[in-house]
Design a protein around this ligand. Structure first.
Ligand code: URA
Ligand code: SF4
Length: 214
C-alpha cells in the first residue's frame, strides 16, 4: 500500500471520527499536513479556533510564530509534516483530557508509521509527554526537557527516532523569555537537521530538500 493511500485512509477516519467527546464540539477535525516522504515531524497539542475553522494545523497566531521560527532557520514549512496529539479542538482551548488523548493516539501512531520520521519535534508539555511515553521514557518537565536531543524507539513500531522537545509556540506569544528559549531550541533543531544530513549521506534520501538554499 502506498504512503499516500495509507494516509488518505487515516485522514478519512479522522474526518468521520466520533471516538471521543471532542467530536461534539469541533467544526473541522485537523488531521495534519505535509509531505509524506519527509524525515521531520512536528507535533503540537490540539487545534485552536483558527485550526478548527480551517481544518489545518497551526494556522493561527501560534502557527504564524511556528512558521516564522522554521523559516528563520531555513527550514521550509512545506517540507515538514505538522500534526497534533488530538485532532479535534477542545472547547475553549482547554487541555485535552487523558481519555481524549488515548482515543486519538492510534491516528498519530499510524501517521508516524506511514511517515517514519527520523526527527520528531514536540511542541509543548503534552506532546512531549505523549511521545516520551511511546518511547518508554518519562517526561520530567518542560524546563528540564526542552532542547534535549533524545534518541529512542517508538516501541509499538520498532522505529528509531530522535526527539527534540520544545515549548509550545503559543506559550511564547506573550512571554519574551519563553520566546528566547524557543528561538535557541529551533537553532538546535536546525543544526540537528544539518548534521543528520551528513550522517545520511549514503542513504537514498538526504535532508537537502528540507533546507532552503542560501
Ligand atoms: N496549537 C496547537 O497545538 N496546534 C495547532 O494546530 C494550533 C495551535
Ligand atoms: Fe476522534 Fe481524535 Fe477527534 Fe476524538 S479528537 S473525535 S479521537 S479524531
Amino acid at each position: 500500500m502506498s504512503k499516500e493511500y495509507s494516509m488518505k485512509r487515516v485522514v478519512e477516519s479522522i474526518l468521520n471520527c466520533t471516538k471521543c467527546q471532542l467530536c461534539k464540539y469541533r467544526r473541522k477535525p485537523v488531521p495534519g499536513e505535509g509531505p509524506l516522504d519527509t524525515e521531520i515531524m512536528l507535533i503540537g497539542e490540539a487545534p485552536g479556533a483558527s485550526e478548527d475553522e480551517e481544518g489545518r494545523p497551526f494556522v493561527g497566531a501560534a502557527g504564524k510564530l511556528l512558521t516564522e521560527l522554521l523559516e528563520k532557520n531555513n527550514i521550509s514549512r512545506s517540507s515538514v509534516y505538522i500534526t497534533n496529539i488530538v485532532k479535534c479542538r477542545p472547547p475553549g482551548n482547554r487541555d485535552p483530557e487523558e481519555s481524549e488523548i488515548n482515543a486519538c493516539l492510534p491516528y498519530l501512531i499510524e501517521q508516524i508509521s506511514i511517515i517514519k520520521p527520523k526527527i520528531i519535534v514536540t511542541l509543548g508539555r503534552h506532546a512531549g509527554r505523549v511521545i516520551y511515553k511511546l518511547m518508554g521514557k518519562s517526561f520530567q518537565s518542560m524546563s528540564r526537557e526542552h532542547g534535549r536531543v533524545v534518541k529512542g524507539v517508538i516501541r509499538q513500531l520498532g522505529l528509531d527516532v530522535t526527539v527534540i522537545p520544545t515549548y509550545h509556540p503559543a506559550a511564547a506569544l506573550y512571554k519574551p523569555d519563553v520566546r528566547r528559549i524557543l528561538e535557541e531550541d529551533f537553532k538546535k533543531i536546525r543544526s540537528l537537521i544539518t548534521s543528520s544530513k551528513t550522517i545520511s549521506k549514503s542513504g537514498s534520501i538526504t535532508l537537502d530538500v528540507f533546507l532552503k538554499k542560501g
